[in-house]
Design a protein around this ligand. Structure first.
Ligand code: ATP
Length: 233
């Protein structure tokens, strides 16, 4: 089995005009783990994962994903990385199964929509229009769509923002099921409880920098100000 990391980012930097969104982010994501990118709103989390996903070009630093350079090999990368970004939108009347079939038509060897509906707990909603789904169901559909291409890496950005506690717990179970199916996951969140519950390792991002990397226990302890962590990207 290969031990090459799924993601290796070194000293990433990105500005929007005069806003320095990401100042210095280095991180390494290993195969099979749920890797948390945790931080407050505006910390630079989304910009970081957009650079990893090849959606934004870094101003500085390097990133390698599944052995590919996102700045020059984005098309090849997009076949192997599933993206669920904040604020996914769909035509109101599109039904769940129709959305999956549409996305599946973009891939030569898509996942079976029946399996995805089952994995995401959406089988009973397959004929429901997007506008009639609950917030949690919409989020789970957006994850299903990110998985249609059988990605090796899934990037999930603020998946449970706006959900009630019950829907949040259901969504967490889905994230664990995806990991158990063999997909490496980068989970972007501002919720400590979510990162603690789901992640194998967490990078704590503050003001565009990696403040610390550690296990959930280490990061929770750090956040309580009781211990200074060795940064281990
Ligand atoms: P959030 O959870 O609120 O999205 P985040 O940790 O993901 O926060 P980013 O979205 O990466 O952080 O934003 C980092 C900084 O860059 C913030 O100050 C934000 O206002 C700014 N920013 C993000 N995207 C843009 C953009 N397209 N144009 C200008 N500034 C931006």
């Amino acid at each position: 089995m290969s031990t090459t990391p799924v993601v290796r980012a070194e000293h990433l930097r990105k500005s929007y005009g005069s806003t320095l969104a990401v100042q210095d982010v280095s991180l390494t994501v290993e195969r099979g783990e749920i890797y948390g990118v945790l931080g407050r709103n505006g910390a630079g989390k989304t910009t970081t994962v957009e650079m990893i996903a090849g959606l934004r070009r870094p101003d500085g630093g390097t990133v390698e994903v599944l052995g590919l350079d996102p700045t020059t090999q984005a098309a090849a990368l997009h076949e192997r990385v599933g993206l669920q970004l904040q604020e996914s939108a769909m035509p109101d009347r599109l039904r769940v199964r129709e959305a999956l079939d549409l996305y599946a038509s973009f891939y030569p060897d898509p996942a079976d929509p029946v399996d995805l509906l089952d994995l995401l707990g959406l089988t009973a909603k397959k004929d429901t229009a997007f506008k009639d789904l609950s917030g949690g169901q919409k989020q789970r559909l957006s994850v299903a769509l990110a998985l249609v291409g059988r990605p090796e890496l899934a990037i999930l950005d603020e998946l449970t923002t706006g959900l009630d506690p019950h829907a949040r717990r259901e969504t967490w179970a889905v994230v664990e099921a995806i990991r158990d199916a063999g997909v490496t996951i980068i989970l972007v969140t501002h919720l400590m409880e979510e990162a603690e519950r789901l992640c194998d390792r967490i990078a704590l991002i503050a003001s565009g920098r990696v403040a610390a990397v550690g296990t959930p226990t280490e990061i929770v302890t750090l956040a309580q100000g009781e211990q200074v962590l060795r940064v281990r990207p």
